[in-house]
Design a protein around this ligand. Structure first.
Ligand SMILES: [Zn+2]
Length: 456
C-alpha cells in the first residue's frame, strides 16, 4: 500500500502536536493525589489522550498511570507501547528544551525522539488508516506509560492491578529501526562492606552509566609517588591532583556512556583504581583497591568477576561499576550487568554473590529485568522488517540485539521497532534533542505501513 501522499499531507499537523506535547515538562515529580508520578507526566498523558480523541479515537486513562488510544474492530489487538514521561533536560542546550520550537527543519525539545515524537507518529499512522477506511481484522491500541524513564511503576500497575487484555502482537517505538528482536537481561546490584576508617572516595551517579569522574583523598606523604605513577601511566592526561586540607585529592576523568554501550565509555572509577593499585597504600583503602582490581579491573565483560559469558544472539555479558561511595561507615559499589538472552539472570546473581561474599562484601539486588527474545523468523519480526524495507528501501540493516531496555520486554510477542533511522543523529537523553522533519515523514510512512501489515 502506498501511504506517501497521506504521510506528506499530515506532516504539519503531526509536527505541531509533537511540538505541543514536548512543551509539557513531564519529568517525574513528587506524587500528588491522583498523580502517581507528579503533575508533568499526568498532564502529558491527558494531553496525548486529548489528541487521540481529537483525531476520532476512543481513549481511556487508568488513574494517570497508563492510558489507551484505540482504533478499529476485531477480536485480536495490535499493541504499541510508548511513554510520555521524559528524562530531565540537563545542561548544554542551544534552544529551550521545553519550547517545542520548529526551526531549521527540526522540532527541538526533550521528548521529540524519546518518546513523544514516536508515539504521536503512531497515532497519526492510525489516523491515516482510519481516513482510508481500509478493512483491518485486528484492533490497534496505543498504550502510554508515564514512568518509563525511572522505574516502570506505570507498567507494574497496569499489568498487575489493571490486568488488561494483552495484545496478540506488539511493538515499542522507543529504540531504533529496523527491529530489536533481543534485549539482554539486566541485573543491577550494590556490593557493600563496612568501614572503620574515614575514607573519602566517590565516583559516578547511576547504576546504568559509566562514571565520567572519580575522586579519592590520599595522605600528603604519597604526593611524590603519586606524581611519578601518573607520569608513568598509560594516559597521564586523565589524572589530576589537587591539594585540600593537607590531603592529596586524586581526580580521574573518564568518558561517560550508557551501560548498554560500555565500549563507548571509559570508566573513571576503574582507571582511578588501576592507578591506586600501583601506590603503597595501607589499611582499608588498600583492601578496597585490591578488591576492586581483583573483581573488576578495567575490563568490561565480567572476566575478573568470573561471569564472562556470551551467546550468538546477544554477544558478551557486560559489567559496569556505575558508582562508588563511602559514607555512614560503608563502602558501596553500584553495579549493572547486561546478560545474554540464553543465560539465566539468577545464575549470574548467584555467581557474583558467591564470589564477593568470600571477600566480606554483601550483595543487594536493586533491579532485575528478564531478557526479551522473539525469533527472527517470527511473524512479528518478519512483518516489521518487511514494512521497514518496503518504505525505506534499506535492505542492508538487519534485526538487532541490544543491551538497552524498552517496554517491549514487559510482554510476550513484543519487540522494539523504531524510530531512529540508521543515518539519524541520536540525541535521546542528551542536550539539543531534536527531530528532523524529513526523518519524521519517513517515520510516519513506515509506521503506517507497519501498523497496516500487523493489523490487516
Ligand atoms: Zn524512551
Amino acid at each position: 500500500m502506498d501511504f506517501r501522499s497521506k504521510a506528506d499531507a499530515y506532516l504539519d499537523a503531526l509536527a505541531k502536536d509533537i511540538s505541543a506535547l514536548c512543551r509539557i515538562n513531564s519529568v517525574e515529580g513528587e506524587a500528588k493525589p491522583g498523580m502517581p508520578f507528579g503533575e508533568g507526566p499526568a498532564k502529558a498523558l491527558e494531553e496525548a489522550l486529548r489528541m487521540g480523541r481529537e483525531l476520532g479515537f476512543k481513549t481511556e486513562n487508568f488513574d494517570n498511570y497508563v492510558g489507551h488510544i484505540e482504533f478499529g474492530e476485531g477480536e485480536e489487538m495490535v499493541g504499541i507501547l510508548g511513554h510520555v514521561d521524559v528524562v530531565p533536560a540537563g545542561e548544554g542546550w542551544e534552544r529551550d528544551p521545553w519550547g517545542g520550537e520548529i526551526a531549521d527543519g527540526r522540532i527541538w525539545g526533550r521528548g521529540t525522539l524519546d518518546d513523544k515524537g514516536p508515539v504521536l507518529t503512531c497515532l497519526y499512522a492510525m489516523k491515516i488508516l482510519k481516513d482510508m477506511n481500509i478493512p483491518l481484522k485486528r484492533r490497534v491500541r496505543i498504550i502510554l506509560g508515564t514512568n518509563e524513564e525511572t522505574n516502570w511503576g506505570c507498567m507494574d500497575y497496569y499489568l498487575n492491578k489493571v490486568k488488561p487484555e494483552l495484545p496478540t502482537l506488539a511493538f515499542s517505538p522507543d529504540s531504533e529501526f529496523p527491529v530489536t528482536y533481543a534485549e539482554l537481561g539486566m541485573l543491577q546490584y550494590t556490593l557493600t562492606r563496612p568501614l572503620t576508617e574515614d575514607l573519602e572516595i566517590e565516583g559516578g551517579n547511576a547504576f546504568n552509566a559509566v562514571p565520567s569522574i572519580a575522586k579519592v583523598a590520599l595522605p600528603a606523604e604519597l604526593g611524590e609517588t603519586l606524581k611519578k605513577e601518573i607520569s608513568e601511566s598509560e594516559d597521564p592526561s586523565i589524572y589530576s591532583v589537587e591539594e585540600k586540607d593537607g590531603k592529596q585529592i586524586l581526580v580521574t576523568r573518564g568518558v561517560g556512556a550508557h551501560a548498554a554501550h560500555l565500549q563507548e565509555g571509559k570508566n573513571a572509577v576503574s582507571y582511578m583504581m588501576e592507578l591506586l593499585g600501583r601506590l603503597p597504600l595501607t589499611g582499608e583503602l588498600a583492601e578496597v583497591v585490591n578488591f576492586y582490581n581483583e573483581h573488576f579491573g578495567t575490563c568490561l565483560y565480567g572476566e575478573k568477576m568470573g561471569i564472562a559469558v556470551s551467546d550468538e544472539v546477544s554477544g558478551p555479558l557486560t559489567l559496569n561499576v556505575g558508582m562508588i561511595s563511602s559514607k555512614d561507615g560503608k563502602l558501596v559499589l553500584s553495579c549493572d550487568s547486561r546478560i545474554p538472552v540464553s543465560i539465566q539472570v539468577s545464575d549470574i546473581e548467584a555467581k557474583v554473590n558467591e564470589r564477593i561474599a568470600k571477600a566480606g562484601y554483601t550483595m543487594e539486588v536493586a533491579s532485575i529485568e528478564q531478557p526479551l527474545y522473539v525469533a527472527k523468523d517470527s511473524e512479528l519480526v518478519q512483518t516489521l522488517m518487511n514494512a521497514y524495507k518496503t518504505v525505506t528501501g534499506d535492505t542492508q540493516s538487519q534485526p538487532m540485539a541490544s543491551g538497552g531496555a524498552t517496554y517491549s520486554r514487559t510482554m510476550k510477542n513484543c519487540v522494539a521497532f523504531g524510530c531512529l533511522l540508521p543515518d539519524q543523529v541520536d540525541t535521546m537523553h542528551q542536550a539539543n534533542e531534536s527531530l528532523e522533519l524529513d526523518k519524521l515523514k519517513i517515520w510516519l510512512e513506515v509506521m503506517t505501513e507497519a501498523i497496516y501489515q500487523l493489523a490487516k
